[in-house]
Design a binder for this molecule. Structure first.
Ligand code: NDP
Length: 293
């Protein structure tokens, strides 16, 4: 392997430590404790793992964690009523509705019912619009974490060719907006892109967010490029066991790239750290206090 490993686990620990310091100061100086409410509907095993991890790290940072677990059959109206209750609760500064929601619930309606000031996932249409127009927004946690890793490793991103593979509302599109905001020349590739390999090979920065295990191999990567692997895919490892892999074939990409994030231990830990940072930011904005740097 020739590429530098971008250690998201260590970087995220640093963010969490800074958040904890800020939270302690908010409590000591102002008597305020940031609070994050997480709403989980149903029994999806991956969602349960994420929610447990979010709750644990929220408490470890000194914040209040409010968990609301609802049955899969909960009605859309009951879910909207809970969101309205959390919007009105001054102890709650951030609200996260864990996706996916059951099919009978309109996820867009529920997300857009969240007070945009408490929308720490940054999925509300107001925050999407603010980000798209370069205004102060709540920025989605996963792309924000990717941007932090890129800035830390590369310094200025200005003028670099960036390719984002994937165009979802939660990763691909906001990632592209953030890279554009940092003056990259941005291309978004997706399932209808003609010759995605050729497109990716132009990239100084390649962000893979497709949900296809190890789809991107070394011959998709420009020599020296910085590769950010957002994918989290569980695959069969034989003997009845499974293992996590990204959207990039790590060994093959690491032979060509200048730097690369591992899976696990790359983007994943950054997502929760950014969620805690967003919640602290939301709390500071709610109380007209200086935001964390
Ligand atoms: P989605 O399924 O919502 O979007 C996948 C995107 O990839 C779509 O835009 C799709 O194109 C595109 N795509 C699919 N197949 C191909 C292909 N063969 N060639 C080119 N493009 C393709 O996924 P998400 O954005 O939600 O997640 C992507 C990955 O990131 C997943 O592995 C997910 O688990 C992971 N993830 C990780 C997080 C973390 O914290 N690290 C957080 C969120 C997600 P089209 O639009 O044309 O269908």
């Amino acid at each position: 392997m020739t590429a530098t490993l971008l250690d998201g686990k260590a970087f995220a620990a640093g963010i969490r430590a800074r958040v904890a310091t800020h939270v302690a100061r908010l409590r000591e100086d102002h008597g305020i404790t940031p609070g994050l409410a997480v709403v989980l509907v149903g029994e999806d095993p991956a969602s349960q793992v994420y929610v447990r991890s979010k709750g644990k790290q929220t408490v470890e940072a000194g914040m209040n964690s409010f968990e609301h677990r609802l049955d899969t059959g909960v009605s859309e109206n009951d879910l909207l009523a809970l969101v309205a209750q959390l919007n009105a609760d001054p102890a709650v500064h951030g609200i996260l509705v864990q996706l996916p929601l059951p099919a009978h619930v309109d996820a867009g309606l529920v997300i857009d019912a969240i007070d945009p000031a408490k929308d720490v996932d940054g999925f509300h249409v107001s925050n999407v619009g603010l980000l798209g127009t370069g205004q102060k927004a709540m920025v989605p946690c996963t792309p924000l974490g990717c941007l932090m890793l890129l800035r830390d490793h590369l310094g200025s991103l200005s003028g670099l060719e960036a390719v984002v593979l994937g165009r979802s509302n939660i990763v691909g599109k906001p990632m592209a907006q953030l890279l554009l905001g940092d003056s990259c020349t941005v291309t978004i590739a997706h399932s209808r892109t003609r010759d995605p390999q050729e497109v990716c090979r132009r990239a100084d920065i390649l962000v893979a967010a497709v949900g296809r295990p190890e789809m991107v191999t070394g011959d998709w990567v420009k020599p020296g490029a910085t590769v950010i692997d957002v994918g989290i895919n569980r695959i069969d490892a034989g003997d009845g066991k499974t293992r996590l892999v990204g959207d990039c074939a790590f060994d093959s990409c690491a032979e060509v790239a200048g730097a690369i994030t591992p899976v696990p231990g790359g983007v994943g830990p950054m997502t929760i750290a950014c969620l805690l940072a967003n919640t602290t930011t939301a709390c500071c904005r709610a109380h007209n206090l200086p935001e964390p740097a």
